[in-house]
Design a protein around this ligand. Structure first.
Ligand SMILES: NC(=O)c1ccc[n+]([C@@H]2O[C@H](COP(=O)([O-])OP(=O)(O)OC[C@H]3O[C@@H](n4cnc5c(N)ncnc54)[C@H](OP(=O)(O)O)[C@@H]3O)[C@@H](O)[C@H]2O)c1
Length: 215
Protein backbone atom coordinates (compact mmCIF):
# COMPACT_ATOMS: atom_id res chain seq x y z
CA UNK A 1 0.00 0.00 0.00
CA UNK A 2 1.29 3.45 -0.85
CA UNK A 3 2.41 5.53 2.13
CA UNK A 4 3.20 9.22 2.06
CA UNK A 5 6.63 9.75 3.59
CA UNK A 6 8.64 12.80 4.38
CA UNK A 7 12.14 13.14 5.80
CA UNK A 8 13.36 16.43 7.24
CA UNK A 9 16.46 17.75 8.97
CA UNK A 10 15.79 19.78 12.07
CA UNK A 11 17.93 21.39 14.75
CA UNK A 12 17.46 20.73 18.46
CA UNK A 13 15.49 23.97 18.71
CA UNK A 14 13.16 23.01 15.88
CA UNK A 15 14.50 24.94 12.87
CA UNK A 16 14.46 23.40 9.40
CA UNK A 17 16.25 26.11 7.48
CA UNK A 18 19.41 28.05 8.01
CA UNK A 19 20.10 31.75 7.75
CA UNK A 20 23.87 32.08 7.39
CA UNK A 21 23.83 31.87 3.56
CA UNK A 22 26.10 34.25 1.68
CA UNK A 23 26.71 34.69 -2.07
CA UNK A 24 30.05 32.93 -1.71
CA UNK A 25 28.56 30.14 0.42
CA UNK A 26 24.92 29.88 -0.75
CA UNK A 27 24.06 26.94 1.51
CA UNK A 28 25.82 28.42 4.54
CA UNK A 29 27.90 26.59 7.12
CA UNK A 30 24.85 25.77 9.22
CA UNK A 31 23.22 23.73 6.43
CA UNK A 32 26.31 21.52 6.43
CA UNK A 33 26.05 21.12 10.22
CA UNK A 34 22.33 20.32 9.98
CA UNK A 35 22.83 17.61 7.37
CA UNK A 36 26.30 16.36 8.33
CA UNK A 37 25.23 13.00 9.78
CA UNK A 38 23.18 12.25 6.63
CA UNK A 39 25.61 13.39 3.95
CA UNK A 40 28.56 11.78 5.70
CA UNK A 41 27.16 8.27 5.40
CA UNK A 42 28.44 5.64 3.04
CA UNK A 43 25.01 5.23 1.44
CA UNK A 44 24.58 8.95 0.74
CA UNK A 45 28.03 9.15 -0.82
CA UNK A 46 27.29 6.16 -3.01
CA UNK A 47 23.81 7.22 -4.06
CA UNK A 48 24.38 10.93 -4.59
CA UNK A 49 28.06 11.20 -5.56
CA UNK A 50 28.53 7.72 -7.07
CA UNK A 51 31.40 7.15 -4.60
CA UNK A 52 31.91 3.38 -4.51
CA UNK A 53 35.13 3.54 -2.47
CA UNK A 54 33.30 2.48 0.68
CA UNK A 55 34.12 5.78 2.39
CA UNK A 56 31.58 7.27 4.76
CA UNK A 57 30.00 6.34 8.06
CA UNK A 58 28.01 3.20 8.72
CA UNK A 59 25.73 2.47 11.65
CA UNK A 60 22.41 3.99 12.66
CA UNK A 61 22.60 7.11 10.46
CA UNK A 62 23.47 5.00 7.44
CA UNK A 63 20.53 2.66 8.08
CA UNK A 64 18.13 5.61 7.98
CA UNK A 65 19.72 7.00 4.83
CA UNK A 66 19.39 3.61 3.15
CA UNK A 67 15.68 3.47 3.99
CA UNK A 68 15.29 7.04 2.74
CA UNK A 69 16.38 5.86 -0.71
CA UNK A 70 14.25 2.70 -0.72
CA UNK A 71 10.66 2.13 -1.72
CA UNK A 72 9.64 5.49 -3.20
CA UNK A 73 7.85 5.39 -6.55
CA UNK A 74 7.22 9.12 -6.89
CA UNK A 75 8.36 12.38 -5.30
CA UNK A 76 6.63 15.70 -4.66
CA UNK A 77 8.58 18.89 -4.02
CA UNK A 78 7.97 22.62 -3.98
CA UNK A 79 9.26 25.13 -6.49
CA UNK A 80 11.80 26.31 -3.92
CA UNK A 81 13.36 22.91 -3.47
CA UNK A 82 13.50 22.33 -7.22
CA UNK A 83 15.21 25.70 -7.62
CA UNK A 84 12.64 27.57 -9.70
CA UNK A 85 12.79 30.55 -7.35
CA UNK A 86 16.52 30.94 -7.95
CA UNK A 87 16.23 31.01 -11.76
CA UNK A 88 12.62 32.04 -12.50
CA UNK A 89 13.32 33.43 -15.96
CA UNK A 90 15.57 30.70 -17.35
CA UNK A 91 13.45 28.29 -19.44
CA UNK A 92 16.42 25.89 -19.69
CA UNK A 93 16.98 25.63 -15.94
CA UNK A 94 16.64 21.97 -14.91
CA UNK A 95 16.91 22.33 -11.14
CA UNK A 96 19.67 21.87 -8.59
CA UNK A 97 19.90 18.15 -8.96
CA UNK A 98 22.41 17.62 -11.76
CA UNK A 99 22.06 15.59 -14.94
CA UNK A 100 21.25 12.43 -12.99
CA UNK A 101 19.04 13.41 -10.03
CA UNK A 102 18.98 10.93 -7.12
CA UNK A 103 15.23 10.26 -7.34
CA UNK A 104 14.91 7.86 -10.28
CA UNK A 105 11.13 8.36 -10.28
CA UNK A 106 8.57 10.86 -11.51
CA UNK A 107 8.95 14.07 -9.48
CA UNK A 108 5.97 16.43 -9.20
CA UNK A 109 7.11 20.01 -8.69
CA UNK A 110 4.48 22.32 -7.21
CA UNK A 111 4.52 25.74 -8.82
CA UNK A 112 2.16 28.51 -9.74
CA UNK A 113 4.21 29.01 -12.92
CA UNK A 114 2.79 25.81 -14.47
CA UNK A 115 2.08 24.83 -17.21
CA UNK A 116 5.68 23.96 -18.03
CA UNK A 117 6.69 20.99 -20.15
CA UNK A 118 8.07 17.97 -18.29
CA UNK A 119 11.86 17.53 -18.13
CA UNK A 120 13.27 14.03 -18.51
CA UNK A 121 16.64 13.52 -16.84
CA UNK A 122 19.10 10.63 -16.78
CA UNK A 123 18.44 7.77 -14.39
CA UNK A 124 14.66 7.62 -14.50
CA UNK A 125 13.78 11.04 -13.08
CA UNK A 126 11.16 13.11 -14.91
CA UNK A 127 10.13 16.47 -13.46
CA UNK A 128 6.43 17.30 -13.93
CA UNK A 129 5.21 20.78 -12.98
CA UNK A 130 1.83 21.08 -11.29
CA UNK A 131 -0.27 23.73 -9.61
CA UNK A 132 -2.15 22.42 -6.54
CA UNK A 133 -4.43 21.50 -4.80
CA UNK A 134 -1.92 19.25 -3.10
CA UNK A 135 -4.53 16.49 -2.72
CA UNK A 136 -4.86 16.30 -6.53
CA UNK A 137 -1.11 16.25 -7.05
CA UNK A 138 -0.80 13.54 -4.41
CA UNK A 139 -3.46 11.47 -6.18
CA UNK A 140 -1.50 11.72 -9.44
CA UNK A 141 1.77 10.87 -7.70
CA UNK A 142 0.14 7.91 -5.95
CA UNK A 143 -1.05 6.56 -9.29
CA UNK A 144 2.43 7.02 -10.76
CA UNK A 145 4.07 5.32 -7.77
CA UNK A 146 2.37 2.04 -8.70
CA UNK A 147 2.02 0.79 -5.11
CA UNK A 148 5.34 2.16 -3.89
CA UNK A 149 5.55 5.13 -1.51
CA UNK A 150 5.19 8.80 -2.40
CA UNK A 151 7.89 10.91 -0.81
CA UNK A 152 7.22 14.56 -0.04
CA UNK A 153 10.77 15.80 -0.34
CA UNK A 154 10.32 19.40 0.82
CA UNK A 155 11.06 22.22 1.10
CA UNK A 156 9.82 23.17 4.46
CA UNK A 157 6.73 25.04 3.22
CA UNK A 158 5.57 22.11 1.12
CA UNK A 159 6.25 19.57 3.86
CA UNK A 160 4.35 21.72 6.37
CA UNK A 161 1.40 21.99 3.94
CA UNK A 162 1.19 18.20 3.68
CA UNK A 163 1.52 17.80 7.45
CA UNK A 164 -1.13 20.44 8.12
CA UNK A 165 -3.50 18.65 5.71
CA UNK A 166 -2.96 15.35 7.54
CA UNK A 167 -1.56 13.70 4.41
CA UNK A 168 1.74 12.36 5.81
CA UNK A 169 1.79 8.73 6.97
CA UNK A 170 5.43 8.70 8.04
CA UNK A 171 7.57 11.64 9.09
CA UNK A 172 11.23 10.93 9.82
CA UNK A 173 13.17 13.72 11.48
CA UNK A 174 16.94 13.75 11.54
CA UNK A 175 17.49 15.92 14.61
CA UNK A 176 21.00 17.34 14.53
CA UNK A 177 22.47 18.07 17.97
CA UNK A 178 22.97 21.73 17.16
CA UNK A 179 21.18 24.93 18.16
CA UNK A 180 20.46 27.34 15.30
CA UNK A 181 18.50 30.00 17.15
CA UNK A 182 16.68 31.19 14.03
CA UNK A 183 15.34 30.01 10.68
CA UNK A 184 12.06 28.45 9.57
CA UNK A 185 10.33 26.63 12.38
CA UNK A 186 8.94 23.17 11.65
CA UNK A 187 6.15 22.94 14.17
CA UNK A 188 4.55 26.39 14.30
CA UNK A 189 0.73 26.03 14.01
CA UNK A 190 1.05 22.25 13.77
CA UNK A 191 0.03 20.10 16.70
CA UNK A 192 -1.20 16.64 17.50
CA UNK A 193 1.03 14.50 15.27
CA UNK A 194 2.10 12.64 18.40
CA UNK A 195 -1.54 11.71 18.97
CA UNK A 196 -2.35 10.50 15.45
CA UNK A 197 1.00 8.77 14.85
CA UNK A 198 3.21 6.40 16.85
CA UNK A 199 6.49 8.06 17.79
CA UNK A 200 9.82 6.22 18.00
CA UNK A 201 13.26 7.66 18.69
CA UNK A 202 16.76 6.34 18.24
CA UNK A 203 20.09 8.01 18.93
CA UNK A 204 22.86 7.40 16.44
CA UNK A 205 26.58 7.12 17.15
CA UNK A 206 26.93 10.68 15.77
CA UNK A 207 24.64 12.05 18.49
CA UNK A 208 21.91 12.61 15.90
CA UNK A 209 18.41 11.74 17.11
CA UNK A 210 16.13 10.00 14.64
CA UNK A 211 12.47 10.66 15.46
CA UNK A 212 9.88 8.79 13.41
CA UNK A 213 6.11 9.43 13.44
CA UNK A 214 4.18 6.56 11.85
CA UNK A 215 0.41 6.42 11.30
N1 LIG B 1 15.25 20.79 6.78
C1 LIG B 1 14.99 20.07 5.71
O1 LIG B 1 14.93 18.83 5.75
C2 LIG B 1 14.81 20.76 4.39
C3 LIG B 1 14.57 20.02 3.23
C4 LIG B 1 14.42 20.69 2.04
C5 LIG B 1 14.49 22.06 2.02
N2 LIG B 1 14.72 22.75 3.17
C6 LIG B 1 14.74 24.21 3.19
O2 LIG B 1 13.46 24.61 2.76
C7 LIG B 1 13.59 25.89 2.18
C8 LIG B 1 12.81 25.85 0.88
O3 LIG B 1 11.49 25.63 1.23
P1 LIG B 1 10.36 26.63 0.80
O4 LIG B 1 9.26 26.46 1.75
O5 LIG B 1 10.97 27.98 0.62
O6 LIG B 1 10.02 26.12 -0.66
P2 LIG B 1 9.29 24.85 -1.23
O7 LIG B 1 8.40 24.21 -0.22
O8 LIG B 1 10.29 23.99 -1.91
O9 LIG B 1 8.43 25.54 -2.37
C9 LIG B 1 7.36 26.41 -2.03
C10 LIG B 1 6.85 26.96 -3.35
O10 LIG B 1 6.25 25.91 -4.11
C11 LIG B 1 5.15 26.43 -4.82
N3 LIG B 1 3.94 25.76 -4.32
C12 LIG B 1 3.77 25.19 -3.10
N4 LIG B 1 2.55 24.65 -3.01
C13 LIG B 1 1.94 24.87 -4.18
C14 LIG B 1 0.67 24.56 -4.71
N5 LIG B 1 -0.24 23.88 -3.98
N6 LIG B 1 0.39 24.92 -5.97
C15 LIG B 1 1.29 25.59 -6.72
N7 LIG B 1 2.52 25.92 -6.28
C16 LIG B 1 2.83 25.58 -5.02
C17 LIG B 1 5.12 27.92 -4.56
O11 LIG B 1 6.01 28.53 -5.50
P3 LIG B 1 5.56 29.51 -6.70
O12 LIG B 1 4.27 30.17 -6.28
O13 LIG B 1 6.69 30.46 -6.83
O14 LIG B 1 5.41 28.69 -7.91
C18 LIG B 1 5.76 28.00 -3.19
O15 LIG B 1 6.32 29.27 -2.93
C19 LIG B 1 15.06 26.16 1.99
O16 LIG B 1 15.45 27.08 3.00
C20 LIG B 1 15.72 24.82 2.23
O17 LIG B 1 16.97 24.95 2.81
C21 LIG B 1 14.87 22.13 4.36
Amino acid sequence: MTRVRTDLFVSLDGYTSTTDNTPSNPMGVDWGRLTKAHTGTRTFRERVFGDTSGAGTTGVDDTYVASFFEGAGAEIMGAGMFGLHAFPDDPDWKGWWGDRPPFGTPVYVLTHTAPRPPITMEGGTTFHFRTGPIEDVLAEATEAAGGLDVRVGGGVGTARDFLRAGLVDQLHLTVAPIVLGRGTRLWDDLSGLDRTHTVTTEVAESGTIHVTFTR
